[in-house]
Design a protein around this ligand. Structure first.
Ligand SMILES: Cc1cc2nc3c(=O)[nH]c(=O)nc-3n(C[C@H](O)[C@H](O)[C@H](O)COP(=O)(O)OP(=O)(O)OC[C@H]3O[C@@H](n4cnc5c(N)ncnc54)[C@H](O)[C@@H]3O)c2cc1C
Length: 422
């Protein structure tokens, strides 16, 4: 695998044969999550496809020419032409594999796959998800000498990694950049001895038999399973959203706000996340227009006062987006004024969506008891309806979702498990 610059792009990519290009940035957790997968793919497919990386911040013009709007973005070329749709954000290994396989003859793909051997790994406790909840559980388990594996589809850190600043986690006088706080948590747990298998695809979770398959070739068999998969930004579910995700629509200000220097941005939402992240985006953008469905923001008073006093921010209250389209590089939002029922359009260089979260439970099908919003129901020791299976953090049905409450859940589950395994 090779790191190239814009000057080499023409010769190595446009005049090359089969080439895959990863546009990455620094201080970008999804880019860090992709890096080991990309390397692994280069080892498997490297005989037939060339893998290159381009530093996006250092090669902005090239990235813009190719329509790369967020990091990481992977593009697939064959003889200078793009042969698959580009993929961005939290890229799964399976998304890469699907596109790489399509670039090669079937026999070659079969030959590559035959080199992968399946095996089973055994442990006492398996934690699924490495946010604050999973990391706290991992720390307590390894300190109790419980043989523990932590798996995550990304790098450890969870939502905190993409939070601009955290000012309410006890122990720090000054606000902490989210990625530093999650880095410290992750290193503390890893150095204690919890085994990490991160940036992997997680599939086929059998909670009754306590098995989980990762990356399609390894099965992990555990005595206890802790679910700590947290929550993800809720999509709006309107036309154009999927199509332009990563190409004008973002859900992560920490990752992407820096690409909107002196540009116009639209922020959709009006709760704490939307208001705080909109304020952060004004460090870069020249103008931020917020679209919010109610007549007032639902964020806390202090944050609302701050955003309303920010001269770069204007707000369309009682309005809801209905569709996204794009003209050239300009994103267009069609929105409805909920009072008059009239539809209007507004355009900007980029759109950020912050309309709340949804639990990451799709992996478990209907094996678990959940509440009306799909959050997993537990008892006060964090045990679910399935013996030996625990749920902690934001994925659990509870009233308050914070780093401190996630960490508390992880602590309780780990102490309970340590005692049970004694
Ligand atoms: C913008 C923003 C700002 C915030 N600011 C603050 C703040 O200032 N203070 C505060 O206390 N809280 C804040 N929060 C809330 C806080 O981040 C969460 O409550 C906390 O991160 C929950 O931790 P968790 O471990 O339960 O889940 P998460 O942090 O969501 O971590 C879940 C982990 O599970 C992994 N995962 C997901 N699906 C799978 C799967 N299928 N298989 C394996 N792994 C999986 C994810 O990759 C992730 O690493 C903020 C949240 C947001 C979105």
């Amino acid at each position: 695998m090779k790191e190239i610059t814009a000057a080499e792009f023409d010769q190595l990519v446009l005049q090359g044969n089969k080439v895959v290009v990863d546009f990455y940035s620094t201080e970008c957790p999804p880019c860090e999550a992709l890096a080991p997968k990309f390397e692994n793919m280069a080892e498997l497919y490297g005989e037939h496809i060339t893998f290159v990386k381009v530093y996006r911040q250092g090669n902005r013009e090239l990235a813009e020419q190719l329509g790369v709007k967020s990091s990481p973005t992977v593009l697939f070329f064959d003889k200078g032409k793009q042969v698959a749709d580009m993929i961005s954000g939290g890229i799964k290994k399976s998304e890469l594999v699907e596109r790489l396989d399509a670039m090669l003859p079937q026999e070659t793909v079969a030959n590559i796959k035959s080199k992968i051997t399946k095996h089973t790994t055994y442990c006492d406790a398996l934690i699924i998800g490495g946010g604050p909840a999973g990391l706290a559980a991992g720390l307590y388990l390894c300190q109790a000498k419980v043989n523990t594996i932590l798996v995550d589809i990304q790098l450890p850190g969870g939502q905190v990694s993409t939070t601009h600043q955290v000012s309410n986690y006890p122990g720090f006088v000054e606000p902490q950049p989210g990625y530093m706080l999650s880095h410290h948590m992750s290193e503390q747990t890893r150095l204690c001895g919890t085994q990490y298998k991160v940036a992997v695809d997680v599939a086929h979770v059998d909670l009754h038999n306590k098995t989980v398959e990762i990356d399609a070739f390894e099965t992990i068999q555990a005595k206890k399973i802790i679910i700590a998969t947290g929550a993800s930004p809720r999509p709006l579910g309107i036309p154009g959203e999927k199509e332009f995700k990563g190409r004008g629509i973002s859900y992560c200000a920490t990752c992407d706000a820096k690409y909107f220097n002196d540009k116009d941005v639209i922020v959709i939402g009006g709760g704490n996340s939307a208001v705080e992240e909109a304020d952060f985006i004004t460090k870069f953008a020249k103008k931020v227009t917020m679209i919010h469905q109610f007549a007032e923001f639902t964020a806390n008073k202090q944050a609302v006062e701050k955003i309303m006093a920010n001269p770069k921010v204007s707000v369309l209250f009682q309005s809801e987006p209905r569709a996204f389209t794009k003209q050239g590089d300009t994103m267009i939002v069609e929105y409805e004024n909920l009072q008059t029922k009239e539809r209007h359009t507004i355009s900007a260089d980029g759109i950020f969506v912050f309309i709340g979260m949804q639990p990451n439970t799709s992996l478990f099908g209907n094996q678990l008891q959940t509440d009306n919003w799909n959050y997993i129901v537990t008892d006060e020791d964090m045990q679910t309806n399935i013996p030996g299976v625990y749920a902690i953090g934001d994925v659990r049905s509870k009233k308050y979702r914070q780093i401190t409450t996630a960490v508390a859940d992880g602590t309780i589950a780990a102490i309970h498990i340590s005692k049970e395994l004694m």
